[in-house]
Design a protein around this ligand. Structure first.
Ligand code: ADP
Ligand code: MG
Length: 340
């Protein structure tokens, strides 16, 4: 017998992909292995389809996760996969498994968040499924989107010398989670203690109510830049750059001092005695976009405030490294499966 742990999440998905029959339909353009499945149409656009599931006790803790935020997040993390294909969402379905300890008012709160996300990302909720759950809450969202065929961005099409870019800043969602976990322990040991997280509001918000970067999809189109490859950062920069490199058969050099990190993240990392770069590399849940562009395109976005160049792709797939200014190179490794 083989434990799931020994395979890890990506090993398990790989295994699953071998257990299912190969695509039979010509319009199945891309199946398992990217941020979304890609389905051909007779028109100028591809259809995109992606699913994500959030489980109570694994992905969220209702002690500090307000239901409205949870509803928003469940939608946003799916929309992020549309953006990762350089596409935009159009419809979604929502499946919930819910135990009898929840009230109707709780469901109302959850759907307030879901509705807010539908508005924010311009997407129609068109169905779903509702079941009783023996324990806790499960939300699974499937989203459908579209992308002009000539603008689609896969994970496996980066080339050596491409500039590696990242949107926003990294590590904050993970540090937000550490803060919330710490405050939960304080509260459990003394319920009169009220946390004051005002100075850390950004970190908490990044964990509880992440935003999907559909704005970047519009901006890249307006700047007339087509990423050569793209992925969203759900599991941390390390894991995502490794996906891009493995699938594109490239190596990469990332300069540690260029990784965008917010001031609040620096302060919190210091408090938790972890390196902010480690939080960015291995933290996850930032839902920013990681993409590559041809070097000659870099001119077009080099002054962009919310897009940072952090390195470049190389020809040697065995070398995916973090470089210090002093010239030291350390291999980038993905963390194990955090949820097991
Ligand atoms: P993301 O982090 O972008 O949501 P995942 O790491 O969850 O992507 O999934 C990677 C790929 O594996 C995707 O193409 C996804 O559709 C596929 N996948 C994940 N779980 C399963 C499963 N149980 N059965 C089939 N395909 C799966
Ligand atoms: Mg993704």
């Amino acid at each position: 017998m083989t434990t799931i742990d020994s395979l890890g999440e990506f090993g398990l998905i790989n295994k699953i992909s071998q257990l299912v029959p190969p695509p039979r339909h010509q319009d199945t353009v891309r199946g398992i292995g990217d941020d979304a499945a890609v389905i051909g149409t007779d028109g100028d656009e591809y259809l995109l389809m992606s699913s994500d599931m959030l489980l109570e006790g694994v992905h969220f803790d209702l002690m500090y996760m307000p239901l409205q935020h949870l509803g928003f997040k469940a939608v946003a993390v799916n929309i992020s996969d549309m953006a990762a294909m350089n596409g935009l969402p159009s419809q979604l379905t929502v499946n919930i498994g819910i135990s009898s300890r929840f009230t109707v008012e709780a469901v109302e709160e959850l759907y307030k968040g879901i509705a807010a996300a539908c508005e924010a990302y311009n997407v129609d909720l068109v169905g779903g499924d509702t079941t009783a759950s023996r324990s806790g809450l499960t939300i699974s969202v499937t989203v459908l989107g579209k992308v002009p065929k000539e603008r689609i961005a896969y994970r496996n099409t980066a080339q050596p010398n491409d500039v590696i870019c990242v949107t926003g800043d990294l590590g904050a969602a993970y540090l937000g989670l550490q803060l919330l976990e710490r405050e939960k322990q304080v509260y459990l040991s003394d319920p009169t203690m009220q946390p004051n997280l005002d100075e850390k509001a950004y970190l908490v918000q990044r964990q509880l109510r992440p935003d999907a970067r559909t704005d970047i999809v519009h901006e890249l189109r307006d700047l007339d830049i087509k990423p050569t490859a793209m992925i969203d950062i759900s599991d941390g920069l390390a894991s995502e750059i490794l996906h891009l490199c493995t699938q594109s058969q490239t190596g990469a050099v990332i300069f540690d001092d260029t990784i965008p990190i917010d001031d609040q993240s620096y302060l919190a990392a210091d408090e938790f005695k972890i390196s902010p770069v480690t939080a960015a590399l291995n933290g996850g849940e930032d839902y920013e976009l990681l993409f590559t562009i041809r070097p000659q395109e870099f001119e077009k976005l080099k002054n962009h405030a919310r897009i940072t160049a952090i390195g470049y792709m190389t020809a040697d797939p065995s070398q995916v490294v973090l470089a210090t200014r002093a010239g030291q190179h350390t291999p980038i490794k993905a963390q194990g499966w955090k949820h097991f």
